[in-house]
Design a protein around this ligand. Structure first.
Ligand SMILES: [Zn+2]
Length: 326
């Protein structure tokens, strides 16, 4: 699509159909479109077992200027009274792009390696990991977490934690000589296992906390669909250690979010079922507080309210992880 748009743009130059000011606006739109496609594809491919790493668009990256950005209003949907929050859409787009770039660069290093990593490969991967970790520090103030973070900003930070989980599990698998088979519910065994496992669990807890804060501030239904990926990965990550109370509370918050998501996204039904069956398979005792959530889901499944179509989208969410292949 990006190539077709490039051809179309060159044709406009040849045909001289539009005045320069119109062409400038077209160029601006094409820049945004090219980078939006790149970012969306990067996040989509990150879920696949062997990601096809995309090259950066040829077009200039849309410039970001927090100080010059026009403020727009954001209101919860459906409306709650007269709540209006100021919002920088341009800064949000820029933050989304920079996260995608960072994720894509880490995935590029991971994808070029086989099972055995040299010390140099691991150093390059860790360099990318540190850059990703520092992503929030490079954000303008309007995109940082606050006491009342807007849902779409919380979603960005949840995605950031999701990419950290992905890279932690990849690093654990690489140091165990199993880079081609990363696992999510059971971190690959290696000397570094404890280190990477605690990073992944800490990120999963952060995602749980973000969802809990979102629920308190905006209600259960105010989250964009993109949140489903971080919530799903965080749940499976926490299954590895539900002992500490902090882990259990995050798990409960995430289950409640997922349960709310079943009202909007069919795949959430299937994810809830997979969490339950993975817990059973790995002999994990789930927190008592979640029993009812899974119980209701099972009743729905038995009464065929939940059907095979509820698994639609799960492959996309879980395809990368070898231990979640059933
Ligand atoms: Zn801003």
């Amino acid at each position: 699509m990006a190539k077709d748009l490039g051809k179309w743009r060159r044709r406009l130059d040849r045909e001289r159909t539009f005045p320069p000011e119109t062409l400038a606006k077209i160029d601006q739109s094409l820049d945004r479109l090219s980078w939006a496609i790149y970012a969306l594809n990067s996040f989509t491919l990150l879920s696949f077992p062997k990601a096809q790493v995309l090259s950066r668009p040829d077009r200039p990256k849309p410039a970001q200027n927090h100080d010059a950005t026009l403020q727009s209003d954001w209101m919860p949907y459906p409306k709650h009274g007269n709540i209006r929050m100021s919002f920088h859409a341009e800064c949000h787009f820029g933050a989304f792009l920079s996260l995608a770039e960072s994720a894509c660069q880490g995935e590029a290093v991971f994808s070029e390696q086989g099972d055995s990593w040299s010390a140099g490969s691991m150093t390059r991967f860790l360099h990318r990991y540190i850059e990703l970790q520092q992503w929030p520090e490079r954000l303008p103030d309007c995109m940082k977490l606050s006491t009342i973070t807007l849902p779409h900003i919380a979603a960005l930070h949840a995605m950031h934690q999701w990419v950290i989980i992905v890279m932690s599990k990849q690093a654990a698998a690489a140091s165990a000589g199993q880079a081609r088979r990363p696992e999510i519910a059971t971190t690959a065994s290696s000397d570094d296992q404890g280190h990477w496992r605690s990073i992944a669990i800490s990120s999963a807890i952060t995602i749980g906390n973000l969802m809990e804060a979102q629920c308190v501030n905006w209600g259960m239904d105010h989250f964009p669909v993109i949140i489903l990926q971080p919530v799903t990965l965080a749940l499976f990550t926490l299954l590895e250690d539900l002992g500490p109370s902090e882990n259990r509370s995050a798990f409960i918050s995430l289950c409640i979010t997922l349960r709310a998501a079943t009202r909007r996204f069919r795949a959430a039904h299937g994810v809830l079922g997979r969490v339950h069956s993975t817990a059973k398979q790995n002999r994990v005792t789930l927190p008592q507080e979640t029993e009812r959530l899974f119980h209701i889901r099972n009743i729905e499944a038995q009464s065929e309210v939940v059907s095979e179509t509820d698994d639609i989208g799960i492959d996309y969410l879980l395809e990368k992880w070898v231990d979640l292949e059933f």
